[in-house]
Structures are given as C-alpha cells and as structure tokens.
Design a protein around this ligand. Structure first.
Ligand SMILES: [Ca+2]
Length: 463
C-alpha cells in the first residue's frame, strides 16, 4: 500500500497518527488561455516547454482533458467540483456560498495558498473566505489596470498591480507579475515544507496582452503595461511563444524549489489550462495548424493540457493516457489523495483520477464529460455540450438545436447532419440528449434561494 492509501485508511478511521507526515502535498497549476496544443509534449511545433515535457515524461500525460471555454466558468468548476449548471452565477464571481477544495483540504489539516489570477470576487477577504490562508493575486480587490495619460493600462505583467493577502501592492521597479507570484509560491513551499500544504496556482500567463517577458529581446522594465487588450506590439505570435516559454520556466523553478525543500517525492503536481488558446494565436501542431478558439464550445476552445507528476504516488510513470477528464474531477481527486472529505451533499459531478494514477483506470467510471456554458449566467444565452472521446453533442442550454460532431482526433471534428447519422450514432445522440435533459433540471440547485430567485428574475427581464 502506498503511503497516502495508508493515510486515507487512518483518516477514515478518524485517527491522527504519524502517517499524517505522509500526506502528499498538492500543487495545482492552471495556466490562463493555454490550450492543449501549446505544449511541445502534446505536439506543438511552434513553442517549446521542456520543463512540462519532463514532468509528463516522468508522470502521466493526459490527452483528453476538457475545461470550459473561458476563465470564470472553468475556475468555478475546478474549485467546487460542480457543473456550472448548478452554481455558476456570473462572470468574475464565485458565489460566497460555495465550498472549494481549499476548504476541504484545510479542514483535513492542510496549510493553503493561492497565487496568480483571482477574478472571483473583490472583497479583501475573498481568497481567505474560500479556504486559502495565503494569497498573492492579480484582479483581486481591483481591476489590475491603471489609467496613465488617459489610457487604460493592463498591469498584470510588467510592473504589476497585485494584492498580497488582500493588501494592494503596486510594483514599479521592473518586476514581472508571473515571477512575483512564482516567488511567492516558492517561499510558501519552503516555509511549509514540514507540514502538508496545498498550493493552487492559477497562473497569469499566457493570457493576452501578448507582450514581452523578461526573456524577450524587446523587454522594457520601465514600461507600465499594454494599452490594448491583446497587446501593443504587432507580433503576438512571437510574444505568445515567449510567454509559453516563461510559463514553462516558472514551472521549472517551482519543481526546483520542491527539490530544494526536500518535498518533491511526495508532492502531487498537476498542471492544466483553464480554456483553449486565444485568438489570433495559430499553432503548428502535429503537422497541421490549430487556430486559437477560446470562448467557443469547440475542441480548440475547451481541450486543455493535463499533466500529473508525483514520484511517490504514480504507478508506471511515463504513461500517456486518453481517459476522459473534466474540471469537476479535481475536487474528488484532491480529496481522495489527501484523505479530505468531499463537501456534504456532493452530487458526484466529478470522478477521481486516482485510479488512473494507480494504473488501474478500469475501475474508474467516466464515459462522458459535460460543459454548461453561459458567460452571463443566463441560460437563454448559454450552450451545453456532452461528449465522449469520439462524439460531442452541442445544444442551446434548453436542449434545442442539438447537433452531433464526430472526432477523428484532437481538433479534427466533423459536424454531422441528423439525416446521415448511422444507427449507433443515433443511439449516442439519444443518450447524450437524455443526459442534457437530466442535468438541465439542476440549474442553480447549488446556490441559495435568494440568488436563485434573483437570477430567474433577471433572466425573465432579459426575455
Ligand atoms: Ca482563461
């Protein structure tokens, strides 16, 4: 039995014991707007990600992980383990009534930390309210932008505006936001090396503006940031390449810190991305071109990297697996490996990937994944998708206009007209429609009555 399994048994028995020392640390890194195709391990020919490739080679590389098409919906799903249909309220907000994996791990004795991008509620105590004891964030208490000479400046990268534990801190000496957050994570790891810790690092990279990193030839430490949303310079492609390289570099720094602090062996490090790559980025990938389609309910909008590395816990490392994974799977995974409880009344939207880590995937039940997506939270403007490895069914949130897509591989789907569906495909479509109809009934069931009524009223007014 592996150490964590032993611990889990002890936890079930309600015992605290020396096994507590064997609890694995958790380090969950989620890049911003970095699709599946961006990593060289996944087939990118445009960018290089040597540190992530090495983690994959020594851990597990997943080829079928799906996020939601944009930031907040994915963040709400990964943190709560629930489908957005149940608890997504609106862009830029995590409803204060929600329970996160940080709550659960903290209750199980973990020291917790978050760094990177927040965008889930502007109250000064927001990260702490959701279970994170330490925080270093962009877009927490303010927009993370400033106005200079009448121009709106994005302050996430060079000379960033951040909040450290809820306190605003303005950097003006050529600091780079992603590096500040990484240093915060590394300090936290070293300070807490003697106790089990959770680090959730929703990275600021590689979201636009597509701008220079400190390793770019045109880096200017005196600059305050981009005056446009996508980036000021005319070569987004080259800057995106540099940004992927920097995201990869800081992952390398974190791994080096884990080694230095003596906790690398028993740390489960998971790397993923919150949605597909943004426009106008085009990536050469496995002999073809992948056009960034962040925001769309397509493969290029939702297929993301997923790498798991855990020297002490993964059996048969070096595997590449095509098991279906979606963001709701993280909550049960993190609870299982740490011995934390699932939230009470957890409806089972996620399925732990622990059997996959143990090379025992056949015991895992995951035949499809489900994405409910409405940026504003209004179902009449939303879309839903249910998919397996070969087919997806995309429909309006009310289930109408449903169409089946058949995939030959990643980014290679063909929309099928109903009139040409083969009999087994008709059966798949019917099954998927049943799933959509069942889950449609759960809209807002995991938020308070008050919010539910407010949302329904707003929805009616919209009509
Ligand atoms: Ca994003």
């Amino acid at each position: 039995m592996k150490g964590w399994t032993v611990f889990f048994v002890f936890a079930l028995a309600g015992l605290t014991s020396p096994q507590a020392a064997g609890k694995p640390n958790i380090l969950l890194i989620m890049a911003d707007d970095m699709g599946y195709e961006a990593l060289s391990a996944n087939g990118s020919e445009s960018y290089k990600s040597p540190n992530l490739d090495k983690l994959a080679a020594q851990g597990i590389r997943f080829t079928n992980c799906f996020a939601n098409p944009i930031c907040t919906p994915s963040r709400v799903k990964i943190m709560t383990g629930l489908y957005n249909v149940r608890n997504y309220v609106k862009f830029g907000l995590l409803d204060r009534g929600q329970t996160t994996f940080a709550h659960q791990l903290k209750a199980a004795g973990y020291t917790t930390c978050i760094a990177g991008k927040w965008q889930l509620g502007m109250q000064a105590d927001s990260p702490q309210h959701f279970g994170f004891e330490q925080s270093c964030l962009w877009q927490h208490t303010r927009s993370g932008r400033s106005t200079e000479n009448g121009k709106n400046i994005d302050r996430r990268f060079v000379n960033p505006l951040l909040e450290i534990n809820g306190k605003e801190k303005d950097y003006v000496n050529g600091e780079y936001g992603p590096q500040v957050c990484t240093d915060f994570v590394c300090d936290f790891i070293d300070e807490n090396r003697e106790k089990p810790f959770l680090v959730y690092y929703p990275m600021i990279l590689t979201h636009c503006p597509f701008d220079p990193t400190p390793d770019s030839t045109d880096w200017d430490p005196k600059r305050l940031g981009s005056t446009t949303y996508k980036g000021d310079r005319n070569d987004p492609q080259r800057h995106f390449r540099d940004m992927v390289a920097y995201a990869d570099k800081v992952v390398g720094q974190i791994v080096a810190q884990l080694e230095k602090s003596g906790v690398r062996e028993n740390t489960l490090l998971i790397f993923t991305g919150d949605n597909g790559t943004d426009k106008p980025i085009v990536t050469s990938w496995n002999g073809t071109k992948v056009v960034g389609r962040k925001g769309s309910m397509t493969d290029a909008g939702t297929r993301v990297p997923l790498i798991a590395s855990w020297p002490a816990g993964i059996k048969q490392p070096g595997r590449v697996v095509d098991d279906l994974v979606e963001f709701s799977d993280l909550m049960p995974t993190l609870c299982e490996v740490t011995g934390a409880n699932l939230p009470s009344n957890y409806p089972g939207d996620g399925s732990s990937i622990v059997p996959v880590l143990q090379d025992n995937a056949s015991v895992r039940k995951k035949d499809w994944i489900y994405i409910w997506y409405s940026r504003s939270g209004h179902p009449d403007l939303g879309q839903v998708m249910v998919r397996n490895k070969q087919y997806s069914l995309l429909a309006k949130a009310d289930g109408s206009d449903a169409s089946l897509t058949r995939y030959k591989g990643p980014f290679n789907g063909e929309k099928l007209k109903d009139s040409i569906l083969l009999e087994p495909e008709q059966a798949v479509k019917q099954q998927f429609e049943t799933t959509l109809a069942r889950l449609a009934k759960t809209r807002l069931l995991s938020v308070s009555n008050e919010i539910r009524i407010k949302m329904r009223k707003a929805s009616k007014n919209k009509k």
